[in-house]
Design a binder for this molecule. Structure first.
Ligand code: 5GP
Ligand code: ZN
Length: 137
């Protein structure tokens, strides 16, 4: 897309990044503000704002790729556990509106910048689940 998107600029090499992987569809590079050592970002080369915009074929590839990267990352930085996180939209904490998946090694149970919610209302939860089921395609 766009001159203003930082990840487009990283993808086209106009902003430097520490890359760990690239292919015709994706690049992966180290997050500049890591949550923990080894935190990397898997990013589409094309500008897609959210997961809803990314073609299915690319999304399928993304998860396989995230697995490969995670394995390498865990071995690389000496961790066993990790988070794969995609924030979609500003309400969900997405700061850079260009699709990316965080691959974050976890060595302790400390907080991650996604707050867990309050306990669910168990009288409503089955109905919420049913509404989701009804919308599955
Ligand atoms: P979001 O909140 O959009 O899911 O996460 C954006 C991530 O991109 C943040 O973790 C932030 O540290 C990272 N980030 C933002 N700008 C840059 C940059 O210029 N270079 C790199 N390597 N990471 C960036
Ligand atoms: Zn972009």
């Amino acid at each position: 897309m766009t001159e203003k998107c930082v990840f487009c600029e990283i993808a086209n090499g106009r902003i430097p990044s520490i890359r760990v992987y690239e292919d015709p569809d994706f690049i992966a590079f180290m997050d500049i503000n890591p949550i923990s050592e080894g935190h990397l970002l898997l990013v589409t080369r094309e500008h897609y704002p959210s997961t809803l915009d990314v073609p299915d074929k690319l999304l399928d590839k993304a998860l396989t790729l995230a697995k490969r990267l995670a394995k390498a990352m865990l071995l690389g930085v000496g961790a066993e556990d990790f988070n794969l996180i995609v924030n979609n939209g500003p309400m969900a904490g997405q700061l850079v509106p260009h699709w990316h998946m965080h691959v974050i090694p976890r060595r302790s149970k400390g907080e991650i910048p996604i707050k867990t919610g309050d306990p669910a209302d168990l009288t409503k939860l089955p109905f919420v689940a049913e509404r989701i089921r009804q919308n599955l395609q």
